[in-house]
Structures are given as C-alpha cells and as structure tokens.
Design a protein around this ligand. Structure first.
Ligand code: KG4
Ligand code: ZN
Length: 380
C-alpha cells in the first residue's frame, strides 16, 4: 500500500516471457508488483516461443497494471510517469509493453520514460523489495541489507532480523547474468554504465537451460540444476571452466554447454535414457561449479583490474545458491571485497527495476514518446 499522497512511477516489463507491472516510489520502495510468468507454457517447447509470448503479453499487460494500482490504492493523479522496457529483448514482446505504455501515458497525460532492461537489472540493488532484503557477502559473512531506511509499515521485515542499511559504492562492477545476457559492466551511476565484457556466444542461463534439457531435467534448467547440485560431487565430472586462464575479459559458455551436453548423451546411453538421481546430482554439481568459477573468476578479475571492492550480481542466474556460496568463500580470502545480490524477486525479470531506474532518467518529450520504438539489440 502506498502512503497518502506518495507519488510513484508505473513500470511495465515485457521483454521476454514474463509480463510485469510495478509501482515504485522516488526512494526506490516497491509499493506493488504483479507478474504473469509464461514459463509453464513455454516448458512444453523447451524454450521461449516469441510469437506465443507476445500474444500472451497482450492479454496480461493491462490487467496487471490495474492490479498494481488497486493493490497500492493509487489513482492516476499520483502516477508521476509510465516507464517501459525499450530493449534489449524479443521485438514482438517489447512492442506490446511499449504500445501499452504509450497509450496509458497519453490517456492519463503522464510523461513516458524508456528504460534499458540491462541497466535496470544492475540498478535493482538500489531498490527496497516489498518483502525481505538484498544479500551482502563480505569476509565470508552474509547479511541482509536494504538500501534505504526500512519501511516502518513493512510487516514482513519486522519478522526477520533487522536488515543493515547499506548500498554498493560507486563506481562498481556489475555482473548481469540471465537467460539472454552475460555481461560485465562498469557502473559509475544509474545512467552512467559501460560494458566491460560480454559473452562471445551463449548466455550463462542459456547454458543452464540447454544442459538441463540435454540431461532430461526439465525447463527452465537453472533452478533444476541448482536444486540437484546440492549434495552432488562437483569433482565427479571433468568439465572445462570457460575462458579461465585467458587474458581476455570475455565470457564464453558454448564450449562448456557442448562438453556437458555430450556427457549427458553418454550418460543417457549408459543408463538407458534415465539418469539415476545420484548421477544427476554429480552431473549438475560439476556443471554448476564450472559455470560459477568462470562467472566469478572473470568478475573478480575485472573488479581487481579497476581497483574496486564492490561487485553487484544481477539477473536470473544470480538466484543460484552455488554462485552465492562460492562468492562467500572468495570474500573470505579477499579483504575488502563485497559481493551484492538483489533479493531473488528482483534478480529475475521484473517491472520494479524498470520503474526504479526511471526515477533517475529524463522522460521523453510528448512527441518523442509517441514515436518510441523497441530496440531489441539495445546494449549498455
Ligand atoms: O533474468 P531472467 O528471469 O530472464 C532473462 O532476462 O533471461 O533469467 C532467466 C534465466 C534462465 O536461464 C534460468 O534458467 C536462470 O535465469 N535461472 C537460474 C536460477 N534461477 C533462474 N540459473 C541458475 N540457478 C538458478 N537458481
Ligand atoms: Zn532480464
């Protein structure tokens, strides 16, 4: 629920397979959020089908907007602006969000703000989630953190140990790691980011999804591998750690994906198509460790090379427990290093990050707003 007379920005996100709407205050407090995930629908195809995704966004978008306004008890007079993802993403999906946002902004005489989805992922660490807090790891210890004073009305926060109030120092290194992206960015401010390195081929999340599919573990593969890897032996299979020992800052996951896929095929042949659970666990633990070593190794090299101590990890793969555990180990041996993870609800695609970053950006002029187009290949 928003406080009386409090103003919010309405965020709309539809770049891939989640339709989302959220209301966020100027201080970055998430007042309401709603999300319609298409994961179950696309699971039968083993991946996102763009045409199907776009059609579902059309059905879901406006009801979600109405839902968040109602939930927060906010009328249009308190909506400061409408913010929407301009890119990167699937063109048909982006256009649904953009045209909906344009129509709402025009109808309600609101400014329109175009937001870069990748920059919004990085910015999500500055938002105060509705429930819970972000995770900060330093010297091997984890603490729950919120970036601004906790909301006294927030009931769920009071049930947990009081979160520490903190935020990452600027500049810092951001790692965006999702199903569509794996990039390292240099963050000097909310609207001052530049790319340090990217993946040369597959995104890390894509490798999780495809390897899980090859091993018959379902879709999306990331959460399935994360779950099975617990209790598995990461040394059971010898898989290559991508790009390790190379001078270049880039990531590459196609070699690991191919090696793990081949291993999965060999195992399926050995076990008549169905891997015993113990083998699944070892296989997932081995794959996950190789991916995590590469992600954190390259990120820490980038932070060290630039002389900064803060690394912010965002995107769907940032939910991975093996990644968080390894970050804890690494911060033990590196004095001063701090690794930040947004609350899981802000790691995967969401509209709060779009609305939150929009407070820091210039709205489009009315004529530019009507001309806004999707930018499917938008970079940082
Ligand atoms: O950020 P996101 O929701 O959407 C994109 O922009 O891609 O990320 C989705 C990706 C998927 O590839 C999914 O398998 C992965 O994030 N993912 C995970 C975990 N949860 C989601 N990967 C590893 N471990 C997880 N726990
Ligand atoms: Zn994303």
């Amino acid at each position: 629920m928003a406080e009386a007379n409090e103003h919010v920005i309405l965020g709309i996100e539809s770049s891939c397979d989640e339709t989302a709407a959220a209301l966020v205050t100027r201080e970055g407090r998430v007042r309401a959020e709603a999300l319609a995930s298409q994961v179950d629908l696309h699971a039968q195809f083993g991946g996102v089908v763009p045409e199907v995704a776009a059609r579902i966004h059309i059905q879901a978008c406006l009801p979600l907007v109405h839902q968040v306004l109602e939930e927060a008890g906010v009328g249009w007079e308190r909506v400061e602006a409408v913010a929407v993802t301009q890119g990167p993403g699937l063109i048909g999906c982006l256009l649904v969000g953009i045209e909906t946002a344009k129509a709402l902004a025009w109808l309600h005489r609101c400014p329109l703000v175009a937001v870069n989805h990748l920059a919004a992922h990085v910015y999500s660490i500055y938002l105060t989630p509705r429930q819970g807090a972000h995770l900060l790891i330093k010297a091997g210890n984890e603490s729950n953190v919120v970036p601004v004073a906790p909301d006294p009305a927030g009931s769920s926060l009071s049930a947990e140990p009081a979160p520490v109030i903190a935020r990452p120092a600027l500049p810092h290194v951001g790692l965006i790691v999702s199903g569509g992206h794996t990039s390292l960015v240099w963050v000097e401010g909310p609207d001052r980011m530049s790319t340090i390195a990217q993946t040369r081929d597959d995104a890390a999340g894509e490798a999780f999804d495809k390897v899980a599919r090859a091993a018959g573990l379902g879709y999306p593969g990331g959460p399935a591998i994360d779950r099975l890897a617990e209790g598995g032996d990461p040394r059971a299979f010898d898989l290559p750690i991508p790009m390790m020992g190379r001078d270049q800052p880039d990531f590459s996951f196609s070699g690991l994906k191919t090696a793990a896929g081949r291993e999965a095929e060999r195992l399926k042949a050995q076990y008549d198509g169905r891997l015993p659970e113990a083998v699944q666990r070892d296989f997932c633990a081995s794959f996950q460790e190789a991916a995590v070593e590469s992600l954190l190794g390259k990120s820490l090299e980038a932070a060290r090379g630039r002389g900064v101590h803060d690394l912010v990890v965002t995107g769907g793969v940032a939910c991975n427990r093996g990644l968080r555990r390894r970050a804890r180990e690494l911060t033990r041996s590196r004095p001063g290093l701090r690794v930040w993870f947004p609350h899981p609800s802000l790691c995967t695609d969401n509209a709060a990050m779009i609305a939150g970053l929009a407070w820091q950006l210039q709205p489009l002029s009315p004529s530019d707003a009507l001309r806004l187009n999707a930018d499917p290949g938008m970079g940082i």
